[in-house]
Structure formats: C-alpha cells, structure tokens
Design a protein around this ligand. Structure first.
Ligand code: SF4
Length: 392
C-alpha cells in the first residue's frame, strides 16, 4: 500500500538501526509524545531493537487518557438528562468516570450515540430540533479544527440545539511542564507529527533552547520512528538541541493556515486539567466568548463535580513517563482492557493498553531501571511530583 509499505521496509529499518547503534555511546532517554507513536513502538518492538542504553519514555499524548475525570463526570451527568442526545467517538464510552461510564448511562436508558465526526452530531441536531444534542469534543490540536468548524457551521446554519462539551489540550505547554517536573529524565523529544501538521513547528524552537533538548517532529510508521530516534540521538551525541522535521511529507513550519484560522476564531487558550497529572497553565482551549452559547458546560450548568480516582491506578505516573505500565501492580490482573481501572488501559492510544495488547506482561522494567542506576519510582510518587512541580 503506497505510503505505508515503504515505511515498513526491513532493509531500510536495519540501516537506520545500525546507524543508531553506531551513534549511541552513552545512556539517553527520549520521550515520544504521542500515544499513536507509543503503539507503533510497542507493536513493532522498536524499543527492543534499540541499544540497551537508549530508553524510550512514553509521553502523555493520548487524548482519551488525559481527559480529566471531572470532564468525564460532566459528560455522564449531561448524557443522563432527559431530552439529551449525547454524541461521542466510541473510545470515550468505556472510559471510567467516578463510578460508571457512558456505556452504563446508555444501558440505563440514556441516548448516547457513537459518531465518526462532529459534523455527524450536528446532523443529528438538525434532524432532532426538539432535542438537545451534545458532542464530546476532546483531543489535541489534531481534532480541534473539525470541532471548531462544526461550531462555526452550527452558528452559520442557525442550529441552536447543538453544543460542544470541550476538553481540548495543547502539546507545547505539556512538553514544558514535563521538562520542569522534578523527576524529569527526558533528554529529547519525538514531537507528534500529526499535531505539527496542524500547528506547524514554530512553538518548539523556544522550548528546545530553554531546556536544551532536541525536538524532532516524527511520524508514526516504523521507519518514521527510527528516523526520529536517529536524528535525536545524533543531536544529543553532538551536544545540539534544535528542532528538526523528520516528517516533511505532512508537516510545514507554518502549519495548516485555514485550520489555524478556524481554531483562532472559535477557541481561546485556557488552563486545562490533565487526568492523573494536574492543571497545566495555558494547556487547553475553550470556546471563545463569541461562541459561548454553544458551550455545553454553560448550557447545562455542570459546574462543581466531585471526583475520586481509583487509588490503585498509577496512570498519572505512566503519563509522565515515571513508570512503565507493567510496573503498576494492577496491570494485567485487576486492570485489563475488559476491566479498566484507568483511561490509559481503555484508549486505543493508551500506553497500558499497548503493553497489554502486545503482550508486554512481564514487569521487567524495575530491574532495568535499577540496572541503569535509577531508583524505582514508588507507588504514589505522582502526589509528591504534583506538590513540588508546576504540573500540580
Ligand atoms: S495498568 Fe490500569 S491501574 Fe495501572 S496505571 Fe494503567 S490504567 Fe491505571
């Protein structure tokens, strides 16, 4: 298949791996920001082919995983109300809120529908003028343009019974928060290629300079990942810290101008809470004043929601790269994709789900961590991190 097969070429992969092995002379830790990249790495065993001294730390770039519990609970409350049709992408339906999920609301009689685009939800609103239709608008910069366009269309078409429950997050403030966290071990980043295809790369040079880390914009196929790793370790070995674009077939420095214009028109930057991590300043978007009438949080007045995360779940530490999924005591026992305790086991982009799906079931990482001279991260370390860091 064109544009897929050539990025799975084993001979080219071998050459890139040989180059990486030749280049690396000492221990390095890179973070792949996006959950899609994590799945590609684990699925193809890329981390197991790299030099032992090169660690890939899995980042927080899974939109389902970082959607805060209070936002899930608000979705559950709105979806339970009579007269509401609650529309969402399918992967949000099994994400546990405090005590239940959207599937349970649906089985209790709530009108919860899976759609494949926010425009599908707008169409549901057009065909049901006597009902309130809400779309659960979550995600990173990648999904923001379509959600912005849908709200814009709702206003243009005069569809007043449509609203958006917004939980958008932005990558660059999260990268900054990761670098400022006390336990941070990250020395370079593989930036998410699809995010940069929308936003461009102009936000990254200042971060690379401030924290003296290479940032390589990277795609998702095996050769994309290997090329991103190769460029990052080459910079690290040379003592460089620049932004490089290793995904030029999709990413331009200035990004996608029409998408950026629509985001700017409809959304405004706001602080956002990340599930398991805490509030990161300026790390999200909400609807701007001009579009506030389409904001489901305001329309349904779901203000204060009390939440409680399962005590056993260490997804906050997984999302910050402090532990690997199989270092969580509940991994594969109390917590599986059928019985998830945390969102990182639910989402198709979650690190815990990737480790479970591709059979990384043996907790070998703590030994590797100790062998590399690093202390094991104790259960509950997230709380200490939150207290001491700008993440909290
Ligand atoms: S394995 Fe389950 S309980 Fe453990 S961190 Fe992942 S989602 Fe949470």
């Amino acid at each position: 298949m064109k544009y897929i097969d050539e990025f799975h070429d084993p001979a080219l992969a071998r050459r890139l791996l040989d180059d990486i092995h030749t280049t690396v002379t000492r221990p390095w830790a890179l973070m792949e920001v996006c959950g899609g990249q994590t799945h590609s790495i684990i699925r193809h065993g890329i981390d197991q082919l790299l030099p032992d001294s090169l660690e890939l730390i899995h980042g927080p770039g899974c939109p389902v995983c970082v959607t805060p519990l209070e936002m899930i609970d608000k979705a559950l409350e709105i979806a339970s109300r009579p007269g509401v049709i609650f529309c969402s992408f399918g992967d949000m339906l099994r994400v546990p809120g405090t005590g239940r999920d959207l599937f349970q609301v649906k089985s209790a009689g709530g009108d919860v529908r899976v759609v494949y685009s926010p425009l599908d939800a707008l169409d549901v609103a057009r065909r049901n003028p006597d009902r309130e239709v809400v779309f659960f608008g979550i995600g990173f910069e990648t999904t923001a343009p379509a959600n912005a366009m849908t709200v814009h269309e709702a206003r243009r078409l005069g569809i007043a019974n449509f609203s958006l429950l917004v939980s958008h997050v932005r990558v660059p403030p999260a990268v900054e928060a990761i670098m400022r966290a006390p336990h941070c071990r990250v020395q370079g980043f593989l930036a998410a290629g699809h995010v940069c295809s929308v936003m461009g790369t102009e936000e990254y040079p200042a971060l690379a300079e401030r924290y003296r880390v290479p940032i390589v914009v990277t795609g998702f196929e095996p050769l994309d990942i290997l090329e991103g790793v190769r460029r990052a370790v080459r910079q690290l070995e040379r003592g460089e810290h620049r932004v490089e674009n290793a995904y030029p077939r999709a990413v331009r420095e200035a990004g996608n101008a029409p998408a950026l214009a629509r985001i700017e028109e409809v959304f405004e930057v706001t602080d956002r809470s990340w599930r398991g991590i805490g509030t990161i300043p300026d790390s999200g978007w909400r609807l701007s004043d001009a579009f506030r009438a389409y904001d489901a949080e305001h329309r349904f007045e779901v203000g204060d929601v009390r939440t409680a995360e399962p005590a056993a779940c260490r997804s906050g530490e997984v999302l910050q790269g402090l532990i690997k999924p199989h270092e969580c005591e509940a991994f594969g026992t109390r917590c599986t994709p059928r019985t998830p305790l945390g969102a990182t086991m639910v989402s198709s982009e979650g690190a815990c789900a990737a480790y479970y799906l591709y059979r990384r079931l043996t907790p070998g990482a703590p030994a590797a961590r100790e062998a590399a001279g690093r202390e094991p991260v104790p259960a509950g370390a997230t709380d200490a991190v939150k207290e001491a860091s700008p993440l909290g």
